[in-house]
Design a protein around this ligand. Structure first.
Ligand code: ADP
Ligand code: MG
Length: 489
């Protein structure tokens, strides 16, 4: 029964993907007759059409970019810049058809995977994917969620044939099939980059499928790690240490991108919806809109980094590139889209000066990514070691009576913000002294229990209670305010 369901759902996936393409193809059947011709030597007639030529150029540009990423060792460049024709000729020759180029790039991407990840998922695994649901869509792609046979959740990315990228192209060039292909190259670009750029804060590529059996053209699907789309409103309601973790993940990612094997990588469309959260860590998922080119310049005046509310003047380096412009653009975007909202709000007071320094220094681009990461690590160290707590001479714990082998009766209790659970007041602490200080500061709190759970920096989760009803529990200890105890007697 389960198997039957699995097969029918995977068939549904293929059917859905095929339908997406079909819906485009039927409406533009006649126009496509021209587009279906290759863009090699036998397309001279259609290439005289300037619009058609433009589309072919766009496709070629994408192909060349993918080739650059697939072969990161740069060939010697002729003086005065690169020679794209040479790259194209040396790799494929002008007489190759679009589908030839597509398959060659695809085979390279697949080959890279076979070498790197044993057991990478392929088309045959699609038969066993169950529970397919829509997750999201963007400018280029549609993303679906599914489960592998062993229950692992995955995300599937394919071209969004109704998306802005394909639609804009069709409106401009009227070539549905080639426009679909143009978008599909972005998925190959993303797959290639996901293979080259491996980092805990980059979504993991599990595999890919290239289905060439459909009459209306190949369908290309990337299989990746499943995450949860970033929702800023939800993040704003989480405890500070969770928000700090998001910002720290981002800084680690940007540090890696600034020093990546492909050079300094710029995220061109830096928006929260290009990221997802996996087990509390932020990971970038949209890698089709990135660049490794640093802006060329002759003088410093060519190096203006522009944002809607602020511009920065950078220096033109001796090699004719604006110095570290990609790194700086990424960092300022991290500041304006993430740090501003997530970092300072309800931070532990002793960490505020350091956080304030991070905010000012990244907001003014005084810090580069190395110094930013260093300062984030410093904040983490202080937070983990409990050094951030002020007034450590005062001992609140003295005012508590300890009941070993007891817990508090489970019933509804007071709520606090920002609690780790919605039903009560569950907060993270460095030690019992900090727990006692928190309980002291909350009027409703009469007792607390240190649970067995810890949060990501290794802090203990403590349940604060207004109740004083003790019950036996060999594995638990209750700390009760002495004042509450006196009231009970
Ligand atoms: N791995 C994933 N897990 C969960 N949701 C995802 C994942 N990848 C992408 N998404 C969702 O799908 C949307 C579109 O994906 P994205 O790669 O950004 O496509 P596009 O290039 O079209 O913008 C994202 O904004 C995000 O909400
Ligand atoms: Mg996107």
């Amino acid at each position: 029964m389960r198997k039957l369901c699995a097969v029918s759902v995977s068939a549904a996936l293929f059917f859905t993907l095929a339908l997406l393409i079909l819906s485009l193809s039927t409406s533009s059947h006649r126009r496509r007759a021209v587009a279906e011709r290759s863009w090699g030597s036998d397309t001279h007639e259609s290439l005289f059409n300037p619009r058609r030529r433009e589309l072919v150029d766009e496709i070629e540009e994408r192909v060349e970019e993918i080739i650059r990423y697939q072969e990161p060792v740069r060939r010697p460049q002729p003086v005065g810049g690169s020679d794209p024709d040479r790259v194209r000729e040396s790799s494929f020759g002008r007489s190759h058809t679009a589908s030839d180029v597509f398959s060659v790039l695809w085979e390279k991407a697949r080959g890279a995977d076979d070498n790197r990840i044993r057991g990478a998922l392929g088309c045959s695994d699609f038969r066993n994917i169950t529970g397919i649901e829509f997750l999201g869509s963007g400018y280029t792609k549609t993303v679906l969620k599914g489960n592998l046979q062993d229950g692992t959740g995955i995300a599937l990315k394919a071209v969004n044939s109704q998306g802005n990228e394909v639609m804009r192209c069709i409106r401009r060039y009227g070539q549905a099939r080639d426009c679909y292909r143009l978008a599909a190259y972005k998925i190959i670009k993303e797959i290639t980059l996901l293979q080259k750029l491996r980092h805990p804060n980059i979504i993991q590529l599990y595999g890919q499928c290239y289905d060439n059996s459909l009459e209306d053209g190949p369908v290309i699907t990337a299989v990746i790690e499943l995450g949860t789309p970033v929702e800023m409103i939800k993040l704003l309601q989480t405890p500070w240490e969770e928000r700090f973790r998001i910002c720290l993940s981002l800084v680690k990612l940007l540090h890696y991108l600034a020093h990546s094997p492909l050079g300094s990588v710029l995220l061109l469309d830096f928006q929260p919806h290009q990221f997802v959260i996996v087990d509390g860590e932020l990971k970038v998922t949209d890698l089709d809109d990135v660049s490794t080119e640093e802006l060329s310049c002759k003088t410093d005046s060519d190096c203006v980094l522009e944002f809607p509310t602020r511009n920065f003047n950078l220096q033109c380096g001796a090699e004719g590139k604006c110095q570290r412009i990609n790194e700086k653009r990424n960092l300022y975007n991290a500041f304006r889209f993430f740090f501003t909202y997530l970092l300072p709000y309800s931070a532990p007071s002793a960490l505020r000066p350091l956080l304030c320094e991070i905010m000012n220094a990244t907001g003014d681009l005084r810090y580069g990514i190395n110094k930013t990461l260093e300062t984030f690590e410093e904040v983490l160290h202080l937070y983990k070691s409990g050094l951030h707590r002020i007034n450590r001479s005062q001992s609140w714990l003295e005012g508590y009576k300890i009941f070993e082998g007891f817990r508090i009766q489970e019933n509804s209790d007071y709520k606090c913000w920002p609690s780790y659970n919605h039903q009560g007041c569950l907060l993270s602490v460095h030690n019992k002294e900090e727990a006692a200080a928190i309980c002291h500061s909350q009027q409703q709190c009469q007792s607390f229990i240190i649970t067995q759970q810890t949060t990501w920096p290794g802090r203990y989760l403590v349940s604060f209670r207004s109740s004083t009803d003790l019950i036996w529990d060999i594995n638990s200890t209750v700390y009760m305010k002495s004042s509450s105890l006196r009231a009970l007697m």
